[in-house]
Design a protein around this ligand. Structure first.
Ligand SMILES: *Cc1c(COP(=O)(O)O)cnc(C)c1O
Length: 461
């Protein structure tokens, strides 16, 4: 078979046998998909030999670039020993080494802060890391003889994954609205989305207004609330909403004041994305439970962890008969190949000096966004580290949005693809989230293309 016959048959297999995630398959079936055949650094190669800049880090998972030799070698070395054994009743080498590294890393990030994270519970994706945190928080209060603490508080525009518990605490209406009747009980606090703050009419300061609203919820009902769950600093899938200074710290203080656990979902923001190892560091706070996934293996393999404090962990200790065991686990929990990849990826933060080297790129991004902000259909620009959102609006003065059906974000994404850039928007919000290892010239090209594409679109609108 020639290469092109081969690709044709791959496309047929895809069309006939795959149901793609977050995809209207009616349209997919009529499209000619780009088939990624290999990748290197920040670039992806398709079936026709064209190279694209991976501007969304393969959906936010890639940190140090594709095909990193160190990680390839670590996975191969582990593969020579064993690919998978269970963590139910058995230990394995990579999961133990990685857990120690993760605790070392969080101790460094949250040095001097309370509470102290100390125990790693593995699962295999962001949604399960969240489910684990919710179940731990729920059961913790049973052990503390406060079994009424059963509810959760989420924040509007939050996203925590697509399983039922994770959807319940999230609130992105288009994704999750259909499933509302299945949800567990959750209260929703207003989102400190300053550009469109729902409380601005009654209160001039978005951060303080949102903190007040959070306090009212906790004050009214704290004896029934197990935990607040949030995405620290950046609500990612909800539209790259970056929080005002002080909000996160304020919520941490309120959780402590009202005796409610704080779950930080750093699935998107963890591993350097925001310019610090974890986004909580921007406000010098530590959560009671930390959820991590996406960047953990540099996008090599599915892996997640929920990291708990000794206070929570210790409450689960007891005799068999007390039924205090945490009855939760997955077939691939602590997978050795994934753990080996993750440990190697953590080492690269040191060998590449990732967090230092990304700072000029984050500064460039911020500076270029300030220019993009002046364009007619750009309502708001926001960034933290190497995460950015550009919110397109129909009317800059009234902030009127483009209708969902206009798919304005996708128009930009398709035009960028012709210029060799893969970008996936969030509705009307354009997303810039390249690997942290992106070269400054490639970032310049990305931002320049983005600017020109928006300008071209303005002339069409
Ligand atoms: C992506 C994401 C999740 C879900 O992770 P999956 O691996 O897709 O299940 C959870 N929380 C946040 C903040 C995310 O960005």
């Amino acid at each position: 078979m020639t290469h092109s016959e081969d690709i044709k048959s791959i496309k047929n297999s895809d069309r006939h046998f795959i149901w793609h995630p977050f995809t209207q398959m009616k349209h997919w079936a009529d499209s000619d998909p780009v088939v990624i055949t290999e990748a290197r650094d920040c670039f992806l190669k398709d079936e026709k030999g064209r190279w694209y800049l991976d501007a969304v880090s393969s959906l936010w998972v890639n940190i140090h670039g594709h095909k990193r030799k160190e990680i390839d070698d670590a996975v191969k070395a582990q593969l020579n020993k064993v690919a998978h054994t269970t963590l139910l009743g058995l230990a394995n080498i990579p999961s133990a080494k990685l857990a120690e590294k993760l605790i070392y890393t969080t101790n460094k990030s949250f040095a001097g802060l309370m509470p102290r994270l100390s125990k790693v519970f593995y699962s295999d994706n962001g949604s399960t890391a969240v489910e684990v945190a919710l179940k731990m928080a729920f059961q913790y209060w049973i052990h503390k003889r406060q079994p009424n603490k059963q509810q959760f508080v989420g924040i509007k525009n939050g996203y925590h994954g697509d399983t039922i518990g994770a959807m319940s605490v999230g609130s992105v209406e288009v994704f999750h609205g259909t499933f509302g009747p299945l949800f567990i009980k959750t209260l929703k606090a207003p989102s400190p989305y300053c550009y469109r703050c729902e409380l601005k009419k009654t209160h001039p300061d978005c951060e303080l207004a949102c903190l007040d609203a959070m306090e009212n919820i906790l004050k009214a009902d704290s004896e029934n609330i197990a935990a607040v769950i949030l995405e620290p600093m950046v609500q990612a899938a909800g539209g790259m909403i970056i929080w005002p200074e002080g909000y996160l710290k304020g919520v941490r203080e309120l959780c402590t004041k009202y005796s409610v656990l704080l779950i930080a979902d750093e699935v998107a923001t963890g591993f350097g994305r925001t310019g610090k190892m974890f986004a909580c560091e921007h406000e010098s706070i530590a959560p009671d439970l930390l959820c991590i996934s996406k960047g953990i293996t540099n996008g090599y393999m599915p892996l997640a962890a929920t990291i708990a404090t000794d206070e929570i962990y210790d409450s689960f200790l007891g005799e068999f008969s007390e039924l205090k065991t945490f009855f939760h686990g997955h077939s691939y929990t602590g997978n050795p190949l994934a753990c080996a990849a993750a440990a190697s990826s953590l080492n690269i933060f040191e060998s590449d000096n990732t967090l230092t080297n990304m700072q000029p790129k984050a500064a460039l991004l911020k500076q270029e966004l300030n220019e993009i902000a002046n364009l007619p259909i750009v309502g708001d620009v926001r960034s933290l580290g190497l995460i950015a959102g550009i919110e397109l609006v129909k009317d800059k003065k009234t902030k009127e949005s483009f209708p969902w059906e206009d798919a304005i974000g996708w128009k930009v994404a398709h035009k960028l693809r012709e210029q060799g850039i893969i970008m996936r928007p969030l509705g009307n919000v354009l997303v810039v989230m390249p690997p942290l290892s992106i070269l400054i010239d490639d970032l310049k090209y990305l931002l320049d293309s983005l600017k020109k594409t928006i300008i071209a679109l303005v002339n069409e609108c």
